[in-house]
Design a protein around this ligand. Structure first.
Ligand code: CA
Length: 254
């Protein structure tokens, strides 16, 4: 178990929770994580969100492939040991439909596997256990090589604009006054726009806490966010709650 990685999701004591993550470097991205182990996936999501990235994740290869096809991210972090399909096979399928940069994360460290991975179309690989710092550096490197490392990850959903590196959101050009958690929640939902994100996922990725069914943290933040977006639960526009499942961000005009 890569304990080192799991610790990285925790914020150092000297970092103020309200501080914007700009000091981590200007290059941020929409990162899709395809990883079946929940603890690794969630720690990774938390660590990348802390570094200013927007994250979406899938726990199976086919779900991850579908996400990439539906809505291409800037970079994919792909675990090779997946339950439904071998990661190298998935990589070949992904390459057939997308040029998105792929960083393979693997526990296999022999030369043959690594060469096969690169031959199958990976842009880079990282051997488990690895640190979030190292992964972040590799993400920035593949983005630079792909020519998309401008630090300009802006997500538009209807009249809503989320500028991930600046930690700013606007509605029809008007700035929204969001707390850090509200912004992270909005950016996370925007990175997954059109797809339901479960409360369990949100608790894990934004708060790095397990979700007990009675926990109201997500609901409370959603209701604050809803108010700032100028809508109500009874008359939702952007934030659609799917009872018993989770929530998704949608373009109300689409
Ligand atoms: Ca795995």
């Amino acid at each position: 178990m890569p304990k080192r990685l799991l610790r990285l999701g925790q914020r150092p004591a000297n970092v103020q929770p309200s501080a914007a993550p700009a000091s981590y470097g200007a290059v941020v991205a929409i990162v899709a994580i395809i990883e079946d182990e929940a603890r690794i996936r969630e720690a990774l999501a938390r660590a990348l969100i802390d570094r200013g990235h927007a994250v979406r994740s899938a726990s199976t290869g086919m779900a991850g492939l579908q996400q990439v096809v539906d809505d291409p991210p800037d970079v994919v972090v792909l675990d090779l040991g997946l339950p439904d399909i071998d990661g190298t096979e998935l990589l070949k399928m992904l390459r057939a439909v997308s040029a998105v940069p792929v960083i393979v994360a693997t526990a296999r460290d022999d030369d043959g596997d690594i060469v096969a991975t690169l031959d199958a179309g990976a842009d880079d690989y990282i051997v488990k256990p690895y640190s979030a710092e190292q992964l972040d550096a590799r993400i920035r490197a593949v983005l630079r090589r792909a020519g998309s490392g401008g630090g300009s990850v802006v997500i538009d959903v209807g009249e809503l604009r989320i500028d991930v590196p600046r930690h700013e959101a606007t509605m029809a050009g008007e700035p929204l006054d969001l707390t850090r958690k509200e912004f992270e929640l909005l950016a996370h939902l925007a990175a997954n726009a059109g797809h339901v994100v479960t409360k369990r996922q949100l608790m894990a990725d934004i708060w790095q806490q397990p979700y007990g069914g009675a926990d109201k943290t997500v609901d409370v933040h959603l209701s604050w966010l809803r108010r700032k977006l100028g809508e109500t639960a009874a008359d939702p526009r952007y934030l659609r709650t799917i009872r018993g499942v989770g929530v998704k961000l949608v373009d109300p005009e689409a």
